[in-house]
Design a protein around this ligand. Structure first.
Ligand code: HEC
Length: 132
């Protein structure tokens, strides 16, 4: 009985862990921005990723660390590799809400010196999610 309960618990846990996906983030950010998911713009997301800002460490963009090609491995300032951001190249991306929110907050503050808006985050995920 206890063993069975443990299995049910495990099954529930893994169902919960699998609940986040690029599509659920897009739906959430669109809702927060007060727009339809169809109003998220991959083109705007790409422009956002490449735009240079005067950040904490001088001119930088998201591409500074994540590389110009989100299917490729990027590099931190100290040269540590960063796995690709595009879900097609790295299926673990946008599957963990705590991780996604932590890094959006941190990276947006670094690059933009403010948090990203829900629209920016939604456009960004919409762009990455349609990269084949
Ligand atoms: C200073 C280097 C750096 C810059 C600039 C940077 N990032 Fe990151 N980013 C990282 C690191 C390091 C991680 C965490 C390591 C990993 O996930 O592989 C990360 C992870 C992420 C993640 C987590 C995704 C997931 O599901 O795992 C998101 C989202 C993200 N970055 C978005 C952005 C956006 C948007 C910008 C531009 C506004 C940006 N990053 C700029 C270094 C950077």
């Amino acid at each position: 009985m206890i063993k069975q309960l443990a299995w049910v618990g495990l099954a529930l846990l893994s169902a919960n862990a699998a609940a986040d996906s690029p599509a659920t983030f897009m739906a959430q950010y669109a809702k927060e921005a007060g727009v339809a998911v169809s109003a998220l713009s991959p083109a705007r997301g790409e422009a956002f990723f490449r735009a240079e800002h005067s950040g904490r460490d001088g001119k930088q963009s998201c591409a500074t660390c994540h590389s110009a090609n989100p299917k490729q491995t990027g590099k931190t300032r100290v040269g540590k590799p960063i796995e690709p951001l595009a879900p097609s190249a790295n299926p673990e991306r946008f599957t963990d809400a705590a991780k996604v929110e932590k890094w959006f907050r941190r990276n947006c503050k670094d690059v933009l010196q403010r948090e990203c808006t829900p629209q920016e985050k939604g456009d960004f995920v919409a762009w990455l999610n349609q990269i084949k």
